[in-house]
Design a protein around this ligand. Structure first.
Ligand SMILES: *[C@@H]1O[C@H](CO)[C@@H](O)[C@H](O)[C@H]1NC(C)=O
Ligand SMILES: *[C@@H]1O[C@H](CO)[C@@H](O)[C@H](O)[C@H]1NC(C)=O
Length: 686
């Protein structure tokens, strides 16, 4: 049967002109994916009885299948490729970044750590290991490994930012992470491992499953938690349809919509509301194609689209809750950019452009797609240098969108995308063989996607990075954080954690945009994540390169500590310049194009110019596998700033003119005064 299917696929490709016929046959062959998946399930013997390390790779074994055979022909085969890069030594880190030695921080205002609700968390880490055990116990202790105060580091809180441990134990590895508009972060990994460090709430029914030996079993662990951004308190959540390597996004009302995952999770859709006792509502068999490693994007009208996934060369709309997806749209671009063994097309980077179209980047190619008529509007030049998507796992972000007060829905607004890091196309194969962990890429490409014939502008990061996160800070600078300097994504496929965050200032000239910040001491490798939180800090969590929870005798233990990184703008000496939003006096809900006011306190300031103030809005992105879905920051047009009373000011901003610029829903709003952001206030655009 595989050869029949292969023949059929070859014919299908050869007859791309007969597009409709091809779509139909691809859909017909959907059941082959299920057969393949079953074979792979058998192979992936990932769960053994005593929870020891085992041999599952977070990747299909190379079972020949129709798609691969076609892919071979299509790409002309690449398995015997040799390269001058193989065995290349890593370049010495000669940073030519200008160092700013002026400390911004004169003291230490960091609230070090929080208590975890005792009695809920099962802390089984490093039991009986008295040496090297920084994890034991639920209490935060001073003198933690990242607290350099005890090491006499006088420059702790200088202009390079600062680190603090926010929690010793998130209990669930933060493979997926998103902030909800109720000040809670949602963190979850997979149910497949049948393990975590927290149990389901008493009274909640445990998960039933069938073990390897076909015996029925129950799993009472929680595989998702709600994490309080301020207190670090945990609340276990129950997720049953495996969300491993799924996608997510917030709906207009702030509900988390989670799509895809593994096995029964692949075509599933789950919802998590924002109420105090909300738990997941899960729906099986909603999506037409399986969505494992797919990307999710919200369109200008609030519709959500899910793009790609393993062997899913299609996209489809997420239906309303209770309904089933109508149909997938065949999307050959994802097929064309899939490398035979490595793939490098998973978790494609998808950004909603300012014209309402979708910029989609896969491997090293990108296009602009009209998602409503399935038309490719523009094909961008190839981004040379290597592969950028999973498992080569580079980073991508839409640069801040700058609006003027007179912006209207018809004015074209430029949009730029940046893509950094990753690895060579075959790096994953070598990493899987554990023979060679190639140096990650150090370059970035930046492109103005709204131009008709744009080119990639290249620049260099201060260090190599794969599996990093790229977050947009409230000021419009970007933060590159987490990841490794060698290898790729997937189980134990990377070496040399990249501990040093880099700040990227998009408006500076090329060559002067990057600054290295204070390193962390905690490796954040595969399955790590991060999020900008309302206090302007960056919460960093996760890292688990092991297909279960392992704390000993592994190079990179499962990491459950949660850190907060304070970018340089949170320096103590800048405190006096930090605006404090007065929520009661400010507009919290507005519609497109509205003028709205925000009041803030800036004690000590007599007068303010319009140029001193920036108002930015940021919807919480969904971060997993080094990609923050739906991340965008808008710098709003400002009509004026005026003084209200002593130390109290009012800024009159203009809401984005359309949903294409800012899809409806919840946003964090920051008032930024000469580069120093306030804490955020939640606003809602309708
Ligand atoms: C927690 O769940 C595990 C796994 O199902 C179970 O073995 C254990 O007994 C539970 N612990 C408590 C305190 O209920
Ligand atoms: C783009 O990626 C493909 C697939 O890995 C590769 O064959 C091709 O050489 C790459 N192109 C460039 C210009 O790097």
């Amino acid at each position: 049967m595989p050869s029949m299917a292969a023949l059929h696929k070859v014919l299908c490709i050869l007859s791309l002109l007969f597009f409709i016929a091809c779509v139909q046959s691809t859909l017909h062959h959907h059941h082959h994916h299920h057969l393949l998946t079953t074979a792979i399930d058998k192979f992936n013997n990932y769960h053994n009885e005593n929870g020891e390390a085992n041999t599952i790779h977070h990747h299909f074994p190379h079972i020949p299948n129709p798609a691969d055979l076609v892919s071979d022909a299509f790409h002309g085969g690449s398995s015997s490729q040799s390269s001058p890069y193989l065995g290349e030594e890593e370049a010495p880190h000669e940073s030519d970044i200008p160092q700013n030695d002026q400390p911004l921080y004169t003291g230490n205002d960091f609230n070090n750590g929080n208590q975890i609700e005792n009695g809920v968390v099962n802390d089984q880490r490093g039991k009986g290991d008295s040496e090297n055990d920084v994890n034991s116990g639920n209490q935060i202790e001073n003198g933690d490994v990242t607290d350099q105060r005890v090491k006499g580091d006088s420059g702790l809180f200088n202009s390079k930012g600062g680190w603090e441990i926010h929690s010793q134990n998130s209990a669930v590895s933060a493979m997926h992470l998103i902030l909800l508009p109720n000040k809670k972060l949602i963190m979850y990994d997979a149910t497949s491992f049948r393990h975590s460090e927290i149990n389901l709430t008493k009274g909640v029914e445990c998960l039933k499953y069938v073990k390897q030996d076909q015996q029925p079993a129950v799993d009472c662990f929680a595989h998702a938690v709600e994490y309080d951004v301020e207190t670090s308190k945990l609340r276990p959540l129950k997720v049953a349809l495996d969300p491993w390597c799924s996608s997510g996004a917030l709906a207009i009302d702030g509900t988390l919509v989670s799509v895809g995952g593994f096995k029964e999770g692949e075509p599933a859709v789950r919802y998590l509301g924002t109420c105090a006792n909300c738990d997941w509502r899960e729906h099986a068999n909603i999506m037409k194609d399986n969505r494992w490693y797919a990307s999710q994007v919200t369109l200008g009208n609030g519709d959500m689209l899910v793009v790609g996934g393993r062997k899913a060369y299609s996209y489809e709309f997420v239906p309303k809750e209770g309904q089933v997806s109508q149909k997938p749209f065949y999307f050959p671009f994802l097929y064309e950019t899939s490398d035979q063994y490595e793939e490098n097309n998973l978790y494609p980077f998808v950004h909603l452009s300012t014209d309402g179209n979708l910029f989609i980047f896969s491997n090293n190619r990108s296009i602009l797609l009209n998602p409503y008529n399935n038309k490719i509007i523009r094909t961008y030049p190839v981004l040379a240098g290597g592969s950028r998507n999973y498992p080569a796992s580079g980073m991508s972000a839409l640069l801040p969108i700058k609006l003027t007060p007179d912006a209207d829905a018809k004015t074209p607004i430029p949009a730029e995308v940046i893509i950094c890091g990753g690895n060579l196309p075959y790096a994953f194969r070598l990493a899987e063989a554990k023979t060679n962990f190639l140096p990650a890429l150090q370059d970035c490409g930046r492109i103005e996607i709204t131009k008709p014939n744009p080119i990639w502008e290249k620049e260099q990061m201060p260090s190599r990075r794969v599996m990093g996160d790229m977050l947009i800070l409230p000021t419009g600078d970007l933060l590159l954080i987490n990841g490794a300097q060698r290898g790729t994504a997937a189980w134990n496929d990377a070496k040399e954690p990249n501990l040093t965050p880099a700040l990227y200032s998009p408006d500076k000239p090329n060559g002067k945009r990057f600054t290295e910040l204070k390193p962390s001491q905690i490796p954040r490798m595969y399955h790590s994540s991060s999020a900008v939180v309302p206090d302007g800090k960056v919460l960093v969590a996760g890292s688990n390169t092991n297909p279960t929870y392992l704390y000993k005798n592994v190079e990179f233990p499962t990491e459950l500590r949660v850190e907060k990184f304070s970018p340089p703008y949170l320096g103590k000496s800048l405190e006096q310049h930090r605006p404090v939003i007065m929520e009661e006096e400010s507009v919290i809900e507005f519609t497109y194009g509205d003028d709205f006011v925000t009041q803030f306190n800036l004690a000590g300031e007599k007068d303010l110019n319009k140029q001193d103030i920036m108002v930015t809005i940021y919807p919480p992105p969904f971060t997993t596998h080094g990609y923050s879905m739906n991340q965008r920051l808008l710098i709003l047009g400002i009509n004026g700033v005026k003084i209200v009373s002593d130390g109290v000011f009012q800024v009159d901003s203009v809401a984005p003119p359309s949903g294409v610029l800012a899809p409806p829903g919840y946003y964090l709003l920051f008032v930024v005064h000469r580069g120093v952001p306030s804490k955020a206030m939640w606003v809602r655009i309708k």
